[in-house]
Design a protein around this ligand. Structure first.
Ligand code: NAD
Length: 494
């Protein structure tokens, strides 16, 4: 019998009001890992009521005290890192090396957000009038609804929840139904460090049954979403209709540019890590290589070699380098793109199908895949595949490479490999993604820099870094007139 998990509402562990549950499974083995509440609108409502009930008390808790709680949380996560990483690999599939990184990002984010408890800087500025004081301060928005994807089941929620909490918001969190256990762990950790009841709530279930009611609930003031563009676009439209602030982090179609003068072996290693790490299921995954003609063949050869050498399997096992896709739908989606690639005239240099072999039969394994002969406008070069698939696009010049890179509906991450400092700076200036790397692949963001993308990747917000509070705070301007007179701005001193 697998374990039964509950929602966390108002400081209590409760089943869905309907009593319904769904089963969480290991995508590498099919093994059942636990039963989770299949919640609905009434559970969301209970969680929002709980969050609203303690909102005022939490807002009035001094920010440094809110921050101290996050320091304690960072230490606790660090202490439980291995246990959390194992749980994340079990339910999501990526290898332990990577889930350890996922959890570490939560530690880093806890400490970064904790520091904001003693900063939360506002701005003071002179008044245009004598004997008048002027300043602006950040204030919490209210109740934050958080909806996340499954691919970074620990890190991504922390980018949203920790800044929201330190800024004085209360939170209702809907984890992905593919990785509910990490949401449960997060609640357990926050409970253990003594977060007051109701400040943080978790409601498990599907997007339509839990996420959508959270978006629509009048008691939710701000929403932070990470997921696909299809869902994000719906949320954005509903947010606009309801006049709600919604911060969106969505897909990517990230390109690595490799110029003729690059260190080819370094570029090949970075491409393999960027394309096949997390089984290609990162928003920052390398899915296009935009390469100058002279080194094209050599780079393809090296990336194919690395792809073929990868050991696939259960991410919990020592020596495994690539885990499964997260579920059957992902397997179908990625397989479908292989037909698209062939129909469009691209060639499969390696991979291209479901991975087989005794240990792989029960999981959703797909071969690391390299496509060549990809043209910039093909669907496989424009759409997010979200699997271990990378396509090579040949170009003649740096200018052409930059144009190809910028010409997709997404704008998350890009990278250039070159030893030419002028080319590097030109790329840093002209690549129109939210993140640009030089001589490093498209993944590897650090928590103290803003994270997010342009165009279809988002709607202008940035998570983490010095921008972490923006989605979760309002600015309030404060004027104090100590002149004892009615001083009319723009009138009396002109
Ligand atoms: P998804 O859009 O299917 O689901 C994301 C979340 O939204 C889940 O919790 C889901 O239950 C919920 N949801 C689904 N339908 C909903 C609805 N109608 N109303 C409210 N909520 C709903 O995405 P996914 O498959 O979980 O994740 C993969 C996507 O996430 C990829 O596109 C990837 O690029 C993106 N992603 C982006 C970032 C980033 O920071 N830019 C990070 C990680 C993943």
């Amino acid at each position: 019998m697998s374990q039964t998990f509950h929602n966390y509402i108002g400081g209590r562990w409760v089943p869905a009001r309907s009593g319904k549950t769904f089963t969480n499974r290991n995508p590498a083995t099919g093994e059942a890992l636990g039963e989770f509440p299949e919640s609905a609108v009434e559970d969301v409502d209970a969680a929002v009521q709980a969050a609203r009930g303690v909102m005022r008390a939490w807002q009035l808790t001094p920010a440094p005290k809110r921050g101290e709680l996050l320091y304690r949380l960072g230490a606790l996560i660090s202490q439980k890192k291995e246990e959390l990483a194992q749980a994340a690999t079990r339910e999501m599939g990526k290898i332990l090396l990577e889930t350890r990184g996922d959890v570490q990002e939560g530690v880093d984010m806890a400490y970064l957000a904790a520091g904001e408890g003693r900063r939360l800087y506002g701005v003071t500025t002179p008044s245009e009038m004598p004997d008048k004081w002027a300043m602006s301060v950040r204030v919490p928005v209210g109740v934050a609804g958080v909806i996340t994807a499954w691919n970074f089941p620990f890190a991504v929620p922390t980018w949203k929840i920790f800044p929201a909490l330190v800024a004085g918001n209360t939170v209702v969190f809907k984890p992905s139904e593919e990785t509910p256990e990490m949401g449960w762990h997060l609640a357990k950790l926050l409970e253990e460090v003594g977060l007051p009841s109701g400040v943080f709530n978790v409601v498990h279930g599907t997007g339509p049954n839990v996420g959508w009611p959270l978006v629509q609930h009048p008691g939710v003031d701000v929403l932070s979403f990470t997921g696909s563009n299809a869902v994000g676009a719906k949320l954005a439209a509903e947010g606009a209709r309801l006049g709600k602030r919604i911060s969106l982090e969505m897909g990517g179609k990230n390109g690595v540019i490799v110029l003729d003068d690059a260190d080819v072996s370094l570029a090949a290693n970075a491409i393999a890590w960027g394309a096949f790490g997390t089984t290609g299921q990162r928003c920052t995954a390398t899915s296009r290589v935009i390469v100058q003609e002279k080194i094209h063949d050599e780079l393809v050869r090296l990336v194919v070699q690395r792809a073929q050498a990868l050991k696939l399997g259960n991410g919990l096992l020592e020596g495994v380098e690539m885990g499964p896709l997260v579920n059957g739908r992902q397997l179908e989606r990625v397989s479908g793109y292989m037909n698209v690639a062939r129909e469009e005239g691209a060639s499969v240099a390696t991979g291209g199908g479901r991975a087989s072999g005794a240990e792989l039969e029960r999981g959703f394994f797909f071969q690391p895949t390299v496509l060549t002969g990809v043209q910039a406008k093909m669907r496989v070069a424009q759409e997010e595949i979200f699997g271990p698939v990378v396509g090579f696009v040949k170009v003649k010049t740096l200018e052409q490479a930059i144009a190809v890179n910028n010409d997709t509906p997404y704008g998350l991450s890009s990278s250039i490999f070159t030893r030419d400092v002028n080319a590097a700076f030109t790329a840093m200036r002209d690549l129109t993604t939210g993140i640009v790397y030089v001589n490093h692949g498209t993944t590897g963001a650090e928590t103290h820099l803003p994270f997010g993308g342009t165009r279809g990747t988002g709607n202008g917000h940035r998570e983490a870094g010095h921008t972490m509070l923006d989605a979760f705070t309002e600015w309030k301007s404060l004027y104090v007139d100590f002149s004892g007179k009615v001083q009319r701005a723009q009138i009396d001193n002109n």
